[in-house]
Design a protein around this ligand. Structure first.
Ligand SMILES: *[C@@H]1O[C@H](CO)[C@@H](O)[C@H](O)[C@H]1NC(C)=O
Ligand SMILES: *[C@@H]1O[C@H](CO)[C@@H](O)[C@H](O)[C@H]1NC(C)=O
Ligand SMILES: *[C@@H]1O[C@H](CO)[C@@H](O)[C@H](O)[C@H]1NC(C)=O
Length: 163
């Protein structure tokens, strides 16, 4: 049979700290090895260690012309995230799949160190989009808010195109 798999490319990345005394980004960039291979890296410095609780609010939006439609918007307990991964929640598994092997937050709380996501290739998103969620081609925005004690401390926005 014929399996058609689309290609995901990063188009932009934005990291914002809403409380620089709590968290700041040392770096946050997209980089190209060559024309066909780009990756995402970021380092968030945490100033109030250890972090014993964190909620992460994720949303995936699709752009239709000037409009954005929210496909998913879920909030997870970042501390229980790793434990919950083995449970049969496809969205959790999907989200975790984004950075499982690329990040140093692949363990349970407390976090007593900076957060690093290193060289996440766009191909990770290829697999996620094509195999796990069969989305239509187009422009997407993957948003995340990092919430500590009900305050949004930081946001990371990843702009993607799926062709
Ligand atoms: C681009 O770089 C990646 C990673 O180093 C490599 O695997 C791939 O073969 C390269 N592609 C081209 C077209 O050079
Ligand atoms: C998810 O929905 C809530 C409630 O409407 C909103 O405040 C929040 O900004 C949304 N999350 C993202 C990441 O866009
Ligand atoms: C967690 O990430 C580290 C560093 O990237 C990696 O060496 C380790 O294998 C990962 N652990 C799990 C459980 O995936």
């Amino acid at each position: 049979y014929l399996l058609i798999i689309g290609k995901v490319e990063f188009s932009n990345l934005k990291c914002t700290s809403w409380d620089p005394e709590w968290v700041d980004f040392e770096y946050c960039y997209l980089k190209a090895y060559n024309r066909t291979f780009r990756y995402l890296s970021l380092k968030a410095k945490l100033y109030k260690l250890p972090v014993k609780e964190i909620k992460v609010n994720f949303a995936l939006l699709k752009r239709f012309g000037g409009l954005k439609t929210t496909l998913y918007n879920i909030t997870i307990d970042g501390c229980k995230f790793v434990k919950d991964e083995t449970k049969a929640n496809p969205i959790i598994t999907y989200l975790y799949g984004f950075y499982r092997v690329y990040s140093n937050i692949n363990h349970t709380c407390p976090y007593d160190h900076d957060i690093i996501m290193e060289k996440i290739p766009a191909t990770v998103f290829d697999t996620q989009f094509s195999e796990i969620l069969p989305f239509a081609r187009g422009e997407y925005l993957f948003k995340s808010n990092w919430i500590y004690q009900s305050n949004n401390k930081a946001s990371v926005h990843v702009y993607l195109s799926y062709t």
